[in-house]
Design a protein around this ligand. Structure first.
Ligand SMILES: Cc1cc2nc3c(=O)[nH]c(=O)nc-3n(C[C@H](O)[C@H](O)[C@H](O)COP(=O)(O)OP(=O)(O)OC[C@H]3O[C@@H](n4cnc5c(N)ncnc54)[C@H](O)[C@@H]3O)c2cc1C
Length: 476
């Protein structure tokens, strides 16, 4: 245990964000890190509990008390060694994870949890700066060939793990660069893309073969995978966006959030977009439909593009500010969150249902939307149901509407149907407890079978799928 009284004597101190007036003018990361000496004191708040619920709450099972202790004592190398035992990419989770571990921290019962995510980020960045993170190519190769389709965090974790074991892995990616939603969903102000490039460079040096601009099912026939490789992992994400079927949906100026975010990420990465194709919020009244993280990323992007106003609308009521009775410790509590993007300027409206979009005088572009207030109740069998509040109709100015309503499931056409993969009742790829799909030798990882989720789950499933594939390849 780092310091037997640390949790009593030291208060939680969090990383700061750069000032709003500075950060809205660029797309660089907003979060700044605490000095390393303060970070080491923060690690001393860990109580090294007999039963480490943080470890239980973390999808990758991070050995949290162990590396807090090393961090507190300034043994950064040992902290890094422990951290990387359970997580291929702590630099992604250290920046982006909502940290279910902190929700499960025993301190959370009556105090502020340990700053686990930020401590993780400090350890991995120190490790990179100190040169502890070096390519580790396998000493021998097994002679087995594996294809991993999709290079989001699930595909990257699966490919990385199998490659390090010694299998010869080809990572196929439809986009021009590796990273999946890390690259083209998450904005640079949360994750600068140099962080992905740094990791991909290492993976290449370790002998991983990466084929970008290759959509399997189009550029490579799906069936050839089965003959050319000993095992295949499908990690193509859950990219089918949820739409809103209301009058006026066809008007110009209404986009899926991913079309908007992907284009801006490409522009930040140096791509040239023809002016007619550019989706810009500059000088516009922007309405983001959907109160989740994707919506929040749209808010931050719209403010940086110079939006005139930004409104985020959510159908549901706001989440509770304190842990409700039905989400007791040590469960992960879904609480009201104000992100760095919200701080930058945005009106947040709840319990509003969009009923239609209204066109401008030319009848072509969206000009406003019509919404009604709703109240939530429960049916006799406990299902949530909404009631429209009579006479509550209102209009909201909207020159640009971004649909951030979540994703329904994996894209079921193309590769999934070509391979004839069975789907589960939620429309995702069906797998058994060994991540095997209905087709011999084909496995699935990440959002493709879990549905839209979190980076930390994608990494964990990538690792678990790799372990299952390794057992399969070795005939165990
Ligand atoms: C805007 C946004 C912000 C988010 N922010 C966070 C966050 O802050 N924290 C967090 O934990 N989670 C966040 N998430 C969720 C997280 O990004 C996903 O859960 C995670 O990326 C899923 O990983 P994956 O590898 O399963 O799929 P993806 O990241 O979706 O990657 C799938 C990849 O497969 C490729 N592909 C698809 N079909 C083919 C094909 N036929 N051939 C070759 N390649 C193919 C795609 O191009 C893509 O690169 C966010 C999601 C979005 C949309």
């Amino acid at each position: 245990m780092s310091d037997p009284r640390g949790f009593i004597t030291i208060e939680r101190i969090e990383n700061r964000y750069r000032p709003v007036e500075e950060r809205v003018h660029d797309f660089n990361e907003v979060e700044t890190q605490l000095p390393e000496d303060i970070r080491r004191y923060q690690a001393a708040r860990c109580m090294d509990c007999g039963v480490a619920f943080c470890h239980w709450g973390c999808p990758v099972g991070s050995l949290i008390p162990e590396w807090q202790d090393k961090l507190h004592h300034g043994d950064w190398k040992a902290a890094f060694d422990i951290l990387q035992k359970t997580n291929n990419f702590p630099e992604f989770t250290g920046r982006l994870c909502p940290a279910p571990c902190e929700s499960s921290c025993v301190l959370e019962i009556n105090d502020d949890s340990v700053t686990i995510r930020e401590n993780e980020l400090a350890v991995i960045e120190h490790a990179f700066n100190a040169g502890y993170v070096q390519p580790k190519p396998p000493k021998t190769r097994t002679g087995k060939r594996v294809a991993v389709i999709g290079s989001g965090p699930a595909g990257m974790a699966c490919a990385d793990t199998l490659n390090k074991i010694g299998h010869s892995v080809v990572l196929f990616e439809a986009a021009d660069q590796v990273g999946g939603l890390l690259r083209y969903g998450v904005p640079d102000f949360k994750l600068e893309k140099r962080v992905i490039d740094r990791r991909v460079d290492l993976m290449r040096q370790e002998g991983l073969e990466i084929r970008t601009n290759t959509r399997v099912g189009v550029d490579v026939p799906a069936e050839s995978l089965l003959s050319d490789f000993d095992a295949v992992c499908i990690a193509i994400g859950a990219r089918q966006p949820r739409d809103l079927a209301v009058p006026g949906r066809e008007l110009d100026g209404i986009y899926f959030a991913m079309d908007y975010l992907e284009q801006q990420n490409k522009v930040v990465g140096g791509a040239a977009v023809p002016p007619d194709d550019r989706i810009s919020a500059k000088g516009k009244h922007v309405v983001v439909l959907g109160g989740g993280d994707t919506g929040s990323d749209c808010v931050g992007t719209a403010n940086r593009q110079g939006a005139r106003s930004v409104t985020q609308i959510e159908l549901l009521p706001p989440l509770p500010r304190h842990r409700p009775a039905d989400q007791p410790w040590p469960l992960y509590a879904r609480l009201y969150k104000t992100t760095s993007s919200h701080e930058e300027g945005c009106e947040r409206l709840y319990n509003l249902q969009t009923q239609s979009f209204v066109a401008d005088k030319q009848g072509r572009r969206v000009k406003k939307l019509v919404a009604v207030e709703v109240e939530w109740g429960k049916t006799g069998n406990g299902q949530h149901e909404l009631h429209v509040v009579p006479g509550s109709e209102r209009e909201i100015k909207a020159d640009l509407v971004l649909l951030a309503l979540g994703f329904v499931h994996v894209e079921q056409g193309g590769l999934v149907s070509d391979l004839g993969l069975a789907l589960n009742p939620r429309g995702s790829i069906a797998v058994d407890d060994q991540f095997r799909t209905s087709v011999e030798g084909v496995f699935a990882a990440g959002d493709a079978h879990r549905g839209a989720s979190l980076i930390v789950w994608a990494i964990q499933h990538g690792r678990q799928t790799a372990a299952a594939m390794d057992a399969y390849l070795r005939g165990r």
